[in-house]
Design a protein around this ligand. Sequence first.
Ligand code: GLY
Length: 443
Amino acid sequence: MKVLVVGGGAREHAIAEALKRSPQQVELYSAMSNANPGIKRLSVATLRAKETDLEAVTEFALKHGIELAVIGPEAPLCAGLADELLAAGVACVGPRRAVAMVECSKEFCRNLMAKYRIPGNLAYATFDDAKEAAEYIDSFPGDVAVKPVGLTGGKGVKVVGEQLRDREDAKAYAREVIERGIGGGRVVIEERALGEEFTVQAFVDGRSVVGMPAVQDHKRAFEGDRGHNTGGMGSYSQKDGLLPFLTQDDYDFALEVIRKTVGALREETGEEYRGVLYGQFMKGREIKLIEFNCRFGDPEAMNVLTLLESDFVEICAGIVEGGLSRRHVNFAKLASVCKYVVPKGYGINPAPPARISVDEEAIRREGAVLYYAAVNEENGEIYTTTSRSVAVVGVAESLAEAEKIAERAIGHIRGEHIYHRSDIGKRKLIEAKLERLRRLRGE
Ligand code: GLY
C-alpha cells in the first residue's frame, strides 16, 4: 500500500514508524518543508515543499499513486489539504477543513460547544473591536485568557497571571491581536482555567471514537514548569492509561466531551470528522476543555504511537472507511516518557542552526526510541532549526524506569546550543503538581 505522510516533525516520524511496523506492506512517501532524516530514511520518495502547498502535495500524491495520506500538522488541514486530496481520490487520515475548524477557529469551537451544550466549555466572548473587548475584560469577574481566534503556531495564547500581569495587560494584548491582525484579528476572551493540564486523543471515523492513553505534556521551557510556553518539552503516560491526578471517571468525562463534539461537528456541518481528535483539558475543581486540535499532539503522539501494538494501517483503514469500533486498537500496558532536545532560546529567541551529533546506536542500546523533529540532514550531518530537534522515548513497567531510560538516552545527543528538561516524568515534579492541585481543590 502506498502511504503518504505529510509533515516533518517528530510526530510525523512517529506516524511513519507506526505505519512501517504494520504487517501490511507499506511503501512510504513523505512531504515536508525540512529534511527530517528519520522520515526520509523510511520513504521511497520525499517531496520537499511547504506542507500548506496544497497543489504541490496533491500533485506529488497523484504522481506516485498514493492510496492513503496521513496528515500530521494542523496548518495543512486548516488550509484544506484533506479536501484537495479527497477530491483527487486519495483517502485521508485528517479531517476536511469544515470540521478541522474545531482547531482552526477558537470561536467556532467555543460556539459549537455552547450551541450543543457540550460539557467542559468555559465562559467566553469573541471580539473584533478592541473597546468592546476591553469592556468585557473589565466586567469579567475573574482572570481571563486572551486567545487569537485563528492559528498562531502555538504562540498566541496569553493568560493573566502567566504571560499577562493584569487586566490592563490583557486589554493591551487584545488590542494588539485585533489591530495587528494576529490569528485573523479576532480575539476570544475566556475565563482562566486553573489546574493540571492533560491530553486525551482519539481515533475518529466520523461516528465512533476510540480513545488513547491519557498523556501529560510540559509546555514550559524550563525545569519546575518555569519560563515561557513552548510547543511542548516532553510528556509522559502511565501503564493504566491514566495519570497520577486523573481518575477513570475524569478520563471517561474527557472522552465523552470528544464523542459529543464529533456528533456536534457532524450535525453542524454535515461533514464527518475522520482523523485524530485531540482534547487538551484542565483538571481543577472541575474538568474544562482548553482546546481541541485536529491532529495528534506533539509530543503526545510519540507516547501513544510508541505504545501502539495494533496495526496502525488497519486503524487508518477504519478511520477512512468507517467501522473503526470493529478494528483492533490496543496499546501496550506500559509507562512512557518522551523528552525533547531543543535549541537554546526555543520559543522566544532560538539559537541559529548548528550541528548536533546523535548516537543512534547508543540510544537504541539504552532501550529508548528516537524520533527526529525539526532538523535538517545535510551531507550526513544533522543541523538544528528554530524548533524542537530530537525526541527520545523510554517505555517501561514503571514511570520511574521509563524516565531513566529516556534520560540516559538523551545524553547521547550532543551539541553546544541545545538543552532538555531533565525533570519531566520524575517523581519530584509530579509530587509538586499533585500538591498544587490538592491545594486548588481544597483537599
Ligand atoms: N502538545 C501540544 C500540541 O500538540 O499542540
